[in-house]
Design a protein around this ligand. Structure first.
Ligand code: AHG
Ligand code: MN
Ligand code: MN
Length: 320
């Protein structure tokens, strides 16, 4: 495959003005990836001592990743505002005329940082019309996203993106460029895996338990399944995108509205799933059609191959 960087790919796309945003995300990802690789040799592991707006213990690497994303994206004249999982409120940059709002989870999978398991960065890009209200623009539904993507820090560092015309994957090479490795990715129509935290199953709504048993009884096209759950959404999603199957984080007693966040987890991954031929629902309806009311609102998330997700959506809709 020719040597195409993510910046070149975006510059040649229908959204060329986003090239500098993806360059900034790439710079941030290189810095975050380096910090993660050397975490064992520095004091950057463990809790930072504060709790974030999510009510969760902030890890030092959460704070580091957030600071880096804020610094690299905040420099751009084209970025009017930044929304982060780690900041209570949206951050307005010194460029109010900027066209983009970048919404991100700077480090996803925090519980896995200290045990050297894949973690990631997830991002969503919304447009603010000239003279438009930036706060209204950050609460647009997922269908309005101009672009979305994630970086997964694993045995290789990969950036997987969509600009609304399919999904493409870029791998960080030794020269520091994210190079196009796989173009036009397609999620298998039905997969071998289901991915969920089964410790919560007893507190799911009954329809979700019935669905999972139905799936494991081979009732969906006679297919049998294996279980894979890493506990980092980006890694569980990346495997689902490549191999197929379904990831589920249903409502639980502890999180009746769902645990995962709409703006910077469910919406970007929902866009990627649909662009790759898969699907993403909150239960009876499509993730991307949710009208957000708050920047940190949570949602149930069932995302993956169309066969499994469509079957779940039907079962939950019939149970409601
Ligand atoms: P974050 O580290 O950004 O807070 O996200 C953690 C999320 C997500 O990565 C993962 O799918 C989920 O938490 C795991 O939750 P459980 O530990 O409840 O299974
Ligand atoms: Mn997360
Ligand atoms: Mn996070």
């Amino acid at each position: 495959m020719d040597r195409v960087t993510v910046e070149q790919h975006v510059a040649a796309s229908a959204q060329p003005l986003l090239a500098e945003v993806f360059a900034a995300i790439g710079t941030a990802a290189r810095e975050i990836g380096r910090k993660i690789r050397l975490a064992g040799l520095s004091d950057v592991l463990g809790a930072a001592g504060a709790t974030n707006v999510q009510g969760e213990q902030q890890q030092k690497l959460d704070v580091f990743a957030n600071d880096v994303m804020m610094a690299e994206l905040g420099k751009l004249g084209s970025v009017a505002a930044l929304v982060s999982e780690e900041d209570d409120d949206a951050v307005l940059t010194s460029h109010p005329a900027g066209e983009w709002i970048v919404i991100f989870d700077p480090l996803d999978g925090s519980s896995n940082i200290d045990v050297n398991v894949n973690v990631g960065t997830i991002f969503s890009i919304q447009r603010v019309a000239p003279g438009g209200d930036v706060h209204a623009a950050m609460l647009q539904p997922g269908t309005a996203q101009i672009a979305a993507g994630y970086v997964v820090y694993g045995p290789s560092c990969m950036m997987v993106i969509s600009l609304g015309a399919g999904v493409d994957a870029f791998t960080l090479d030794d020269s520091g460029d994210f190079l196009l490795g796989t173009a036009a990715m397609h999620m298998p129509t039905q997969g071998p895996y289901y991915s969920t935290n089964e410790a919560n199953a007893s507190t799911w709504p009954a329809a979700y338990r019935e669905y999972l048993q139905w799936l494991l009884d081979g009732k969906l096209n006679g297919k049998t399944y294996s279980s894979r759950y890493i506990g980092s959404l980006v890694a569980d999603f990346h495997r689902t995108l490549l191999k197929g199957g379904v990831f589920l984080y249903p409502p639980t007693d502890k999180a009746p509205a769902g645990k995962l966040r709409l703006l910077y987890e469910a919406n970007p991954l929902g866009m990627l799933a649909e662009q790759a031929g898969g699907a993403a629902v909150f239960g009876a309806g499509r993730i991307l059609e949710i009208e957000p009311s708050k920047i940190h609102q949570r949602t149930p998330l069932i995302v993956g191959s169309k066969a499994e997700v469509d079957a779940l959506q039907k079962m939950v809709a019939e149970a409601n």
